[in-house]
Design a protein around this ligand. Structure first.
Ligand code: SAM
Ligand code: SF4
Ligand code: SF4
Length: 352
């Protein structure tokens, strides 16, 4: 693999802060989601609809993207501020060339939980290299096992079978436990929910149902398209019998349930019908280095400018701390049909 950019030997532990970072609502900064590209090889209708993200859409130029070295530096500084978990996302992170080089850099920070969310299309080729580079786990998005439904939702005619191959490759490589994310949209794929559950029940993978959200301003969101998790819980309970579990940790976004027969776990991410802003400890870094404190933000703060103006670690850390301390976000708690229509940053840009 590549030469290592971080000093050896192993990293010094992140400092214990006498005054840990906390926002205006008392929430710590624990998770950082990093979008490594705004591009994607899918055009999921709920995320990057073709009418908007067509041939003429201007994606970021390569030079606008944070380099791996810049990302690594920011990760070091965020870790010093208390971040414990890093999720690599996008766009589709596996379309960023040589992503495993970045993973290897970030894996150096061995006390960080390092994970990645992918549409799975390139996972069969990449899983082993990602594991070898130090990735711990993956989350794979898959919206249906029904090939016709899935091809229509990704809108590039991508078959289910190849995503399943990716999941198998990730499993073989040891990127487990694998989580599988299914965005549920009423009238589109909600009739395939039970089949999905049946397929993954007993597999060791954790299927999570996500309520369709009004991210960005282009996906035509309406409340009537949302299938509330409550409804899915009763459907699954009727068919299989499920019972709720305690969260693994405060701020866990998925509500955990398990099959009564002991054959595994399912999760429900209910950001529309049961907002979890109260415990939200997540920040997001866009592919061009802007920091966002909410998935539904309208504006971010440019950290790339500081990086490229040779700002010191102390200056960048102070900026991160200023932004987090001023954070007031609680969008999902105050969502209405009107706020849903407001202009927001697209999820493919900010990172899901
Ligand atoms: N391309 C990768 C993927 O699809 O897994 C990573 C980026 S994607 C934006 C991250 C996650 O956001 C995916 O699981 C996707 O299904 C979810 N997502 C995208 N748009 C959404 C929406 N409108 N509502 C709910 N979840 C959404
Ligand atoms: Fe691409 Fe993921 Fe968005 Fe689908 S959800 S368009 S795979 S970024
Ligand atoms: Fe966090 Fe914003 Fe989502 Fe609330 S709406 S949980 S603050 S990202």
């Amino acid at each position: 693999m590549t030469s290592h950019p971080n000093p050896r030997p192993l990293p010094v532990p992140a400092p214990a802060h006498a005054d840990p970072l906390s926002d205006t609502r008392g929430r710590a900064l624990r998770d950082l989601r990093i979008s490594v590209t705004d591009r994607c090889n899918f055009r999921c209708t709920y995320c990057m609809p073709k009418e908007v993200f067509g041939k003429d859409f201007q994606f970021l130029e390569r030079g606008a993207l944070l380099s791996f070295g810049e990302i690594n530096r920011l990760v070091r500084l965020f870790r010093d501020q208390g971040v414990e978990k890093i999720r690599i996302t996008g766009g589709e992170p596996l379309v960023r060339r040589k992503l495993e080089v970045l993973i290897e850099m970030l894996a150096y920070w061995d006390d960080l939980d390092l994970t990645l969310t992918t549409n799975g299309s390139l996972l069969a080729q990449k899983a082993q290299a990602l594991k070898d580079a130090g990735l711990k786990r993956v989350t794979v998005s898959l919206d249906s096992l029904d090939d016709t439904v899935f091809r229509a939702m990704n809108d590039v005619d991508f078959p289910v079978a190849r995503v399943l191959e990716g999941i198998e490759a990730a499993d073989r490589a040891g990127l487990a436990p694998i989580k599988v994310n299914m965005v549920v949209k009423r009238g589109v794929n909600d009739h395939t929910v039970v089949d999905m559950a049946r397929f993954f029940k007993g597999s060791g993978h954790i299927l999570r149902f996500i309520e369709f959200m009004d991210v960005g301003s282009t996906n035509g969101w309406q409340m009537q398209h949302v299938v509330p998790s409550r409804e899915l819980v009763s459907r699954l309970d009727e068919v299989f019998g499920i019972e709720s579990l305690d969260p693994n940790y405060t701020g866990e976004v998925a509500e955990r349930w398990r099959y009564r027969d002991g054959s595994g776990e399912v999760g429900f991410i209910s950001s529309v019908t049961q907002a979890f802003c109260r415990d939200c400890t997540r920040a997001r870094l866009s592919a061009e280095g802007s920091l966002y404190t909410c998935l539904f933000a309208t504006r971010g703060t440019d950290l790339r400018a500081l990086l490229r103006a040779d700002a010191s670690d102390e200056e960048i850390s102070a900026q991160i701390a200023r932004i987090w301390r001023a954070r007031t976000d609680r969008y999902s708690e105050i969502r209405t049909e009107d706020t849903a229509k407001q202009r927001k940053v697209e999820m493919s840009y900010i990172g899901g």
